[in-house]
Ligand binder design. Sequence first.
Ligand code: BTN
Length: 242
Amino acid sequence: MSKPSGFKPYYFKTLTSTNDEAKHLAKKGLDKIIVVANKQTKGRGRFNREWISGLGGLYMTIALKEKSLDKARYLTLIAAVSVVKTIEKLTKLNALVKWPNDVMVNDKKICGILTEAISGKENYALVGIGLNVNQKNFNKSISNKAVSLKIITNKNYNINKIIKIIINNFNSLYKNYKSKNYKKIIGIWKNCSHTLGKMVKVKTISGVYAGEAVGVDNDCSLILKLDNGKLKKIVEGDIFIV
Ligand code: BTN
């Protein structure tokens, strides 16, 4: 794979998880690396859910050395927008981001992002991206909510080429992160949001909340306008459009 804009790629046939390998390499002090695998044996998503990771999908993790991880949630938004722009460039499909980390096409999930932090003497953000590319189908348990580029367009795609486009998009948005232009990131994210303006139900560890998704605050939390008119900040949860 040629080296996409300033990131050093590490390429593997099989890994447990690209996030695990990225963590291992980051602990050796490497920065601005991308770990890519053809398949994962223990791919994981948010809340430790399984991420089905057979051949045909794109599995990559971007590892970045950061002074502070306070704003690392912005990296999830940046990654999601980078994938949206990549899909639109490649296919002309309309892709949108479901807060905080899912990329949707035709109301089905095509990509998930798992950002993990390593804090210590050096801090790292690991941004794991799983994009469904050439999978012909999914098993029954997820086929009504997951989709791949192949299923929608009936074409096969070159995964290395997609990675390069994602990284180039990521790199240009990451400049805003480095210059602390968080407002700009939120603005760009809002333009491709699947969630804002919709009536949603959110499952969180403290309960289920229903209301209109009206905004995202400066720590990337979702703001819900509850049915009683009060605003509720959602830090983490699963969104269901109602
Ligand atoms: C989610 O939707 O909950 C996030 C899914 C993230 C999956 C990607 S695939 C590459 C990287 N390695 C992992 O084990 N997970 C992320």
